[in-house]
Design a protein around this ligand. Structure first.
Ligand code: FAD
Length: 528
């Protein structure tokens, strides 16, 4: 067998990479050790940042996410009984979405199957071969038979227990094992709070999260040697109530426990993320402590970065991007590691912590409470820095705080740099309608025409439905959008009327009589 890119591992990293490459016409095949059902049944992550959500939308893998995902515009940090809500939306314009890794995997595999992407399950003893030369290959055993896949490149997407990382000779390895673990449950009961609560208590850390409106996901810091059996349900619920504080505990619903597991709290990064024709992607190269919820998000952003480099190689014959993949991915990895270790050390009570450290953690929390710039820096990393920005722009936290004001104007989407990046392909599509031959092709088959542009499904839907407000939310610029409504034979006045819910005549009347009333809300945050 032969392919252009052989991918080891059908987790989030492997399947996102496979779909991105096959979408661009690059031939791929995925070799996975476990059965399909096992891959889908692994419940782990649940918090998707905006980069992951955007990428799933681009792949058309967000249909269920849009209806079933829980959008969170904020997150709570709590010290004892003091709670701070970090307003992600106001501070960054971004949000996070709660949607389980099981569902992400189900969606990705379904799309891969529909598009005919080759995935070989139950592939035992997979091994990357000859990665230092020009003719790499992946070998494995399937149904007792030895198999070989020749390729140009190998993507090692096989997680922290896989074989790929061992093929990087003498990597630099940065590791930290915290002297604690998490015991986690999935409960058939609604979560105690609509958004996540990261609670730091003298007894240890607690996280109140959820997987759906009716299922709470809770974690407690526990001993590094603890087993799930050490935490009978009653003990877990009582400890959770104690650590979440009186107010939250009063609203805690104790439902049947569906799952209980232990997760290590550790950090590990392998550098570089490449050896010869083998590239490491996702957990194969790095593990962040679970506190920052970065693992799946990093796996997806690594896949996006590597896919761009490989596509550039096949389209333009340029290996330049491949040569910088490791450094670019590591920029994001270290930014995510910084967030996750910072959140871990801020919220956990680690064995041996002295009273001075306890007070410093409290001082850090108080600083966060009183500094919008510090909250903005945290929020920016938590919602995920856009891929093109590389590492999260911590230095510009104050600017971010100022930008938060731009997102505080009711009914108005300000065309910021981030919006311009988000809407780049959408606006280029609009511009293409300047040419009569393109207008003819668009009118002949609108769906086929928009599908030829690298837009997200949400952007395409906004165009096809002529939902101009949704298009602007998705990054359209009104002057570019004008090409679309002009192509439909509409005037600015008609389009603006439609966007404000008025007829063209009523809109004209309103404008002629002095424009919109000065009465009304002026601040979303302030509610006035
Ligand atoms: C309890 C918990 C909660 C988490 N919460 C979050 C969260 O909220 N947000 C977040 O972003 N991340 C979270 N994570 C982390 C996230 O689950 C992982 O980072 C993510 O799964 C990494 O994806 P991956 O594709 O790199 O690796 P994996 O998901 O590990 O996939 C690797 C794949 O490779 C296969 N494989 C392994 N070895 C071989 C081999 N030799 N041959 C062939 N195939 C092989 C495996 O079977 C697997 O299918 C959490 C993790 C845990 C444990």
């Amino acid at each position: 067998m032969r392919t252009q890119v052989a991918i080891i591992g059908a987790g989030p990293a492997g399947m996102c990479l496979a779909l991105l490459l096959s979408e661009a016409g690059v031939d791929v095949a995925v070799v996975e050790r476990r059965a399909r059902d096992h891959v889908i049944s692994r419940g782990r992550a649940g918090l998707l940042d905006q980069v992951t959500v955007g990428l799933l939308a681009r792949l058309g893998a967000d249909r269920r996410l849009r209806s079933g995902g829980l959008v969170h515009a904020g997150v709570a940090l709590q010290f004892g009984e003091d709670r701070l809500r970090v307003d992600l939306k106001a501070l960054t314009g971004g949000e996070v979405v709660i949607y389980s890794q099981r569902d992400v995997m189900g969606d990705l595999l379904e799309i891969a199957e529909a598009r005919g992407v080759r995935v070989v399950f139950d592939a035992l003893d997979a091994q990357p071969e000859e990665v230092g030369g020009d003719r790499p290959a992946v070998t494995w055993r399937g149904d007792g038979v030895g198999c070989r896949l020749d390729c140009d490149f190998i993507a090692g997407c096989d997680g922290s227990q896989g074989v790929s990382r061992a093929s990087v000779p003498q990597p630099a390895s940065f590791e930290r094992a915290y002297d604690c673990a998490w015991v986690g449950i999935l409960a058939d009961a609604p979560s105690v709070h609509a958004e996540l609560i990261y609670a730091s208590h003298d007894r240890g850390f607690a996280l109140a999260s959820m997987r759906s409106r009716s299922r709470g996901r809770y974690y407690l810091q526990c001993g590094s040697q603890d087993r799930a059996e050490d935490w009978p349900d009653d003990r877990f619920w009582a400890e959770l109530a104690a650590r979440l504080g009186e107010e939250a505990a009063a609203g805690l619903v104790r439902g049947p426990v569906l799952e209980k597991s232990i997760t290590a709290v550790r950090a590990c990064v392998i550098e570089p993320m490449r050896h010869g024709r083998l590239f490491l992607v996702g957990d194969a190269a790095h593990i962040t402590p679970p506190t920052g919820a970065r693992g799946l998000n990093l796996a997806v952003s690594d896949a996006a970065l590597l896919s761009r480099s490989l596509i550039a190689y096949y389209r333009e014959g340029s290996a330049e991007d491949l040569d910088t993949y490791s450094a670019r991915a590591l920029d994001r990895v270290w930014a995510a590691m910084r967030l996750s270790t910072w959140m871990t050390e801020l919220t956990h009570v680690l064995p041996g912590t002295d009273p001075l450290e306890q007070r410093l953690r409290r001082a850090e929390f108080d600083h966060l409470r009183h500094s919008t710039a510090a909250q903005a820096a945290l929020a920016q990393m938590y919602v995920g820095a856009p891929l093109d920005e590389g590492a999260a722009p911590v230095a510009s936290a104050a600017t971010r705080a100022d930008e938060a004001d731009l997102h505080d104007i009711p009914g108005t989407t300000v065309f910021t740099g981030a919006q311009a990046r988000k809407g780049y392909h959408l606006n280029q599509f609009c511009l293409s309608l300047m040419k009569p031959e393109n207008r003819t092709r668009f009118r002949a088959d609108e769906r086929a025409y928009v599908d030829a542009w690298a837009m997200s499904e949400a952007q395409k839907r906004a165009i096809l439905a002529r939902d101009f407000n949704a298009a602007i939310t998705e990054g359209a610029n009104i002057y570019f959008l004008a090409k679309l409504f002009a192509a439909d034979g509409q005037s600015f006045q008609q389009a603006a009327g439609a966007m404000t819910g008025l007829s063209a005549e009523d809109y004209a009347r309103m404008m002629l009589s002095g424009g919109r009333s000065p009465q009304g809300a002026r601040s979303i945050r302030g509610g006035h």
